[in-house]
Ligand binder design. Structure first.
Ligand SMILES: O=C[C@H](O)COP(=O)(O)O
Length: 341
């Protein structure tokens, strides 16, 4: 059985969020800048090098015992706890919000000695129809509500309708809007159209943070992923996000490497920091650790904060709870003991 060292976990979790900087240069939040087609043209991706790097991430870094527990707590703090199913209901969303407020069972919180952390998930992510329910259920917390929008998941409804959908979710109280791009703009190389679309979405978001879902599984090449990332950032995206969870291929490590390197390049060129959200098919604590390693290695400590990093996940919390239980007791609990997670 592992020895629990709550202090190590508390120290990991409690230090103040670091200033956002890259290579010692301070960064500001992103804003819309003019489309620079040269930056798109210059994009090159060495696919085999990216795949090689992706396959060795877990062999380069490995955290164990109480340090692993601390990283898993961070994964929870950076999680958009999500439900995006056709059979979603008010009751399910209320249960999801209760879980977001108290993501770990009480005996785990006590056992880990983290009562004073008041750990919550990074956000709750729902369809527009449930924004008001979620806002109400999360009253008195700082947990933002994210709404998927703009004809999610395909993004193919008329533009005015997609823009109006954003406005309605913001009026209903959504703090974050997860938009989807028109994928054909990418594989047809229609960069101006893509930029105009994302910029229109950003304007409609007003004060709400915008995450731009690229639908990377539909984009055919890693170069397209890098180019779409760059355009979305120039159009003012606060976050770039891999997938809707509904494509045939969702978040992968090679795609994530390409996107976080685009974020780094954009930050070096502009001085603006953009966040990253891998989403879709991320189900295990082990996967969570791999993504956290990617963020730490490629962008540094500021990108391990919920302001710049989120997982989009509907079921990963259950596996994280099981791993934390194993950390405490040496035993794995059954998955059914972790509902709505
Ligand atoms: O944005 C979040 C995703 O839709 C969640 O996908 P998932 O259900 O595969 O975890």
């Amino acid at each position: 059985m592992f020895t629990v060292k709550p202090m190590a976990i508390r120290q990991q979790e409690q230090h103040a969020a670091p200033a956002v900087e890259l290579n010692g240069h301070p960064l500001e939040p992103n804003r819309c800048i003019p489309l620079n087609l040269d930056w798109i043209e210059e994009v090159r991706v060495n696919t085999s090098a990216v795949e090689r790097r992706a396959s060795t991430i877990d062999t380069r870094r490995s955290v164990k015992k109480q340090w692993q527990a601390a990283w898993l707590l961070r994964a929870i703090a950076c999680m958009d706890l999500t439900t995006l199913s056709g059979d979603d209901s008010v009751e399910r969303v209320k249960r999801l919000c209760a879980k977001a407020r108290h993501p770990l069972q009480q005996h785990l919180v006590k056992g880990l000695g983290i009562e004073d952390l008041h750990l919550t998930t990074g956000a709750v992510c729902v369809y527009h129809a449930f924004v008001e329910t979620a806002v109400k259920a999360l009253e008195g917390t700082n947990i933002p509500v994210a709404a998927v929008s703009t004809g999610f998941p395909a993004g193919l409804s008329p533009l005015e309708q997609r823009v109006a959908e954003i406005r309605r979710s913001v009026e209903a109280g959504a703090h974050e809007i997860d938009i989807v791009i028109t994928r054909s703009h990418v594989f047809n190389g229609e960069w101006q159209a893509l930029y105009d679309e994302v910029a229109a979405f950003k304007e409609a978001c007003g004060p709400a943070h915008m995450k731009a879902i690229l639908g990377t599984g539909d984009l055919l090449t890693l170069r397209n992923v890098a180019r779409a990332s760059m355009v979305a950032m120039m159009a003012g995206a606060d976050f770039i996000k891999t997938s809707t969870g509904k494509e045939a291929v969702n978040a992968t490590i090679p795609v994530s490497l390409v996107m976080v390197r685009a974020i780094r390049e954009y930050a070096e060129r502009t001085g603006y920091a953009v966040g990253f959200k891998p989403a879709g098919g991320i189900k295990t604590a082990k996967q969570a650790l791999t993504w956290l390693y990617v963020m730490k290695d490629e962008l540094g400590r500021p990108w391990l904060e919920p302001s710049l990093f989120r997982f989009g996940a509907s079921s990963m919390l259950a596996d994280i709870e099981r791993q934390l239980e194993h950390h405490l007791t040496g035993r794995y609990s059954a998955a059914y003991r972790h509902p709505i997670a």
